[in-house]
Design a binder for this molecule. Structure first.
Ligand code: FEC
Length: 314
């Protein structure tokens, strides 16, 4: 008989409806309700994005389902049946709900993985803390993939997307080698640096590996989507970076948001609407690489990370 392994696939989460934005935002703010103005501003950002109002939900559903299919055809795990459960950070089904469902289904051993490749104590660390606490409470054995930012298939998937967009620049008459590639990721409070957090270094490692593989001549890293709080966040922000590139007379920019794996608000609004409008004002041509979503190479990177961890913990 095959052994059954639960896979807790964790992701950020998005509201279920426009009415759900306030409670979602309150959850992100650790129980503090947003002001009327903050709520209005976030609602307007959701209304503005294309591809449906909350595309992250559908994308996550598809990623979880495709990962389960990918795991179950891996020749290294023919004796195992993998069952994937979704656990969201800020929306239902929450991380704790995912753990509870596994235990209810009789799963005794599980692996957790987050749909974000880079480790920070403030991102992946907090997903893991919540999942581990619930698993301990319910007596579930669980181990976690902490990061997979240099997995060769992840790098290949990103590099393919960078090359595809550089081809488009070329077709539009630009010199491929003069396109400035901007790798980006969600900013975090600056205080993570004094905590020895690996987030920034891992992002730079991913960026360099993708640039090398795609033969990118000119690239740099920039932050995006900093939170609206009083403390300093890691910079430079992409909007300031674009202003600086304009001063350098850079005309063609390709953004590669390697800290994200799906189409969602931070990509569809912060890059496709906000950054593109700043670039347009400066007459700069700005393109963005396609998101990974349920790209087969990305699914294989996740699946391989889960199976490798399982082999190490057996
Ligand atoms: O499409 C969607 O509905 C959700 C898009 C979304 C993703 C995402 C990913 C990350 N975040 C990270 C850190 C923070 C920190 C704060 C914070 C705040 C927000 C707000 C919204 C939001 N985030 Fe997010 N994030 C997404 C959406 N994020 C909306 C609240 C309004 C705003 O500030 O814009 C600040 C919380 C606080 O107040 O203390 C910190 C990190 C990631 C990437 C890793 C991951 O996916 O977990 C890090 C997607």
């Amino acid at each position: 008989m095959k052994s059954r392994i639960g896979v807790l696939v964790m992701s950020y989460g998005t509201p279920e409806s426009m009415e759900g934005i306030e409670s979602y935002y309150t959850h992100i703010r650790r129980g503090n309700k947003p002001s009327e103005e903050q709520l209005k501003e976030l609602t307007e950002r959701y209304e503005a994005i294309v591809g449906g109002v909350f595309p992250l939900r559908e994308n996550t559903d598809r990623q979880v389902q495709t990962l389960q299919e990918t795991l179950n055809v891996d020749p290294r795990a023919v004796d195992t049946e993998f069952v994937c459960y979704q656990g969201l950070k800020h929306a239902s089904p929450y991380i704790e709900d995912g753990v509870e469902s596994m235990v209810r289904d009789g799963i005794t051993k599980a692996v957790g993985i987050v749909l974000a490749p880079h480790y920070s104590i403030m991102s992946i660390g907090s997903y893991i803390k919540r999942a581990q606490a619930k698993a301990d409470e319910l007596g579930l054995e669980i181990s976690f993939v902490e990061s997979y930012h240099l997995h060769p298939k992840l790098i290949e998937a990103f590099a393919d997307r960078v090359s595809a967009k550089l081809n488009q620049f070329e077709e539009a008459g630009a010199d491929r080698d003069s396109v400035r590639v901007l790798f980006s990721a969600h900013s975090l409070p600056e205080r993570i640096l004094s905590m020895g957090d690996p987030y920034q270094d891992q992002l730079l490692e991913t960026s360099k590996a993708v640039a090398d593989q795609a033969g990118v001549k000119q690239w740099q890293f920039t932050w995006q989507s900093a939170g609206r709080t009083a403390e300093p966040w890691l910079g430079p922000d992409i909007l300031d970076t674009l202003q600086n590139l304009n001063k350098e007379q850079v005309e063609d920019v390709l953004v590669a948001p390697v800290g994200f794996v799906s189409d969602h608000l931070e990509v569809l609004y912060d890059l496709d609407i906000e950054a593109k409008s700043v670039a347009k004002e400066m007459d700069m041509r700005l393109m963005r690489i396609d998101s990974l979503n349920s790209d087969p190479l990305y699914m294989e990177a996740l699946s391989d990370s889960v199976i490798t961890l399982l082999a190490e913990t057996q």
